[in-house]
Design a protein around this ligand. Structure first.
Ligand code: ATP
Ligand code: MG
Ligand code: FE
Length: 346
């Protein structure tokens, strides 16, 4: 069956189309994304009103492009999945309203799905079904969580999360401190490639013996970077942007992989999947590969395009729901900006 996925939780309007084969394989047919990121860049973060308007303008054209790319007719679609949370209320509503309209017009079931398991589902488009149980390290602009995944469609349990900033948020803030553009992940990744990761020893949050084993904290790290740069400037010295970027990136990757590997070992799961925008980070995936190999854990990382927000991951999660025989959403489906990760679909 053909599943269409719609994503509009933040600043990407995404429409993906996936085919669920009788053997359970999910094949990606189209993945169209329109981003309003350039409109937010000068504000250093996403402006909700601007994002909502951009979704409104991009939704129908993105839908058209996806249908064209997949070489299907809208009338061939068997089910629609849409991100109904978490995210920006106004942005989510554009996607949910569009999905409702298309589902009604095409007379097909509609699944309101959670964006966060969607990030994890993206990996199944590239690497096939996930072994159960497995561990997911979800690292994105708004979230940093360790998830035990027993069933992508029905059973996801949060075992740890950040107590302050998300990893992606830390990247965006540190980029700002260093005068790099928004969003900060890609330019820091690039700058770090020519820097020395051991130049500055930045703090590793929540890694003390009494600290929560699976929780994260990145706001102290961000402050430490800000202090270091301030002191340097006050002393009239040049800021070695590449070294600061590499040292910051090392601290983030170190803590994330250390805790994720520990969780996988303590949970006794053999597979770890990285997901969310920060999973596109080269050092994070590199260090995770090293440490997973040493611990005998299989690591799965989707290609960068599938890590950041897109409609394909929502189509994929929708296909998992269809395959699992989960009930579609009621017609009253609405957006829930604070949808908890354990609620995979509503
Ligand atoms: P959420 O999924 O929590 O609702 P979001 O959808 O805004 O948040 P994503 O699109 O999944 O987040 O990820 C965006 C984040 O990923 C940004 O903070 C961005 O800086 C970060 N990011 C993207 N590429 C990289 C990279 N190569 N290295 C580090 N961070 C990156
Ligand atoms: Mg985004
Ligand atoms: Fe996201």
């Amino acid at each position: 069956s053909l599943v269409l996925g719609i994503e509009s939780s933040c600043d990407e309007t995404g429409v993906g189309i996936a085919r669920l084969h009788p053997d359970g394989r999910i094949e990606l047919l189209a993945d169209e994304v329109a981003s309003s990121v350039d409109q937010h860049a000068r504000f250093g973060g996403v402006v909700p009103e601007v994002a909502s308007r951009a979704h409104l303008e991009a939704m129908v054209p993105t839908m058209r492009r996806a249908v064209e790319k997949a070489e299907v007719d809208l009338g061939d679609i068997d089910a629609i999945a849409v991100t109904c949370g978490p995210g920006l209320a106004g942005a989510l509503l554009v996607g949910v309203s569009a999905a409702k309209a298309y589902a009604a017009a095409l007379n097909v079931p509609l699944y309101g799905v959670n964006h966060l398991p969607g990030h994890v589902a993206a990996d199944t488009l590239q690497h096939g079904a996930l072994p159960a149980p497995c561990l997911a390290l979800l690292v994105s602009g708004g979230h940093t969580q360790l998830l035990r995944v027993d069933d992508l469609a029905t059973k996801i349990t949060e075992i740890g999360s950040t107590i302050d900033d998300a990893a992606g948020e830390a990247y965006d803030k540190v980029a700002r401190i260093l005068g790099l553009p928004y969003p900060g992940g890609p330019p820091i990744d690039r700058a770090a490639s020519t820097g020395d990761p051991e130049a500055i020893r930045f703090p590793r949050g929540l890694t003390g013996p009494r600290d929560a084993r699976y929780d994260f904290s990145f706001s102290g790290l961000k402050t430490a970077v800000a202090r270091w740069v301030e002191n340097r400037e006050r002393d009239g010295l040049e800021v070695p942007v590449e070294d600061v970027a590499a040292s910051f990136q090392e601290a983030v990757a170190d803590v994330l992989t250390m805790k994720a590997v520990r969780a996988a070992e303590e949970l006794g799961v053999g597979t770890m999947v990285l997901s969310g925008g920060v999973a596109a980070n080269s050092r994070l995936s590199g260090l995770a590969a090293e440490r997973c190999a040493a611990a005998g854990i299989e690591l799965r990382v989707p290609r960068p395009r599938l890590c950041t927000d897109n409609g394909a991951m929502i189509a994929a999660l929708g296909a998992h729901l269809v395959a699992a025989g989960v009930h579609p959403s009621a017609v009253e489906l609405s957006a829930d900006p604070a949808l908890p990760v354990s609620t995979v679909s509503v």
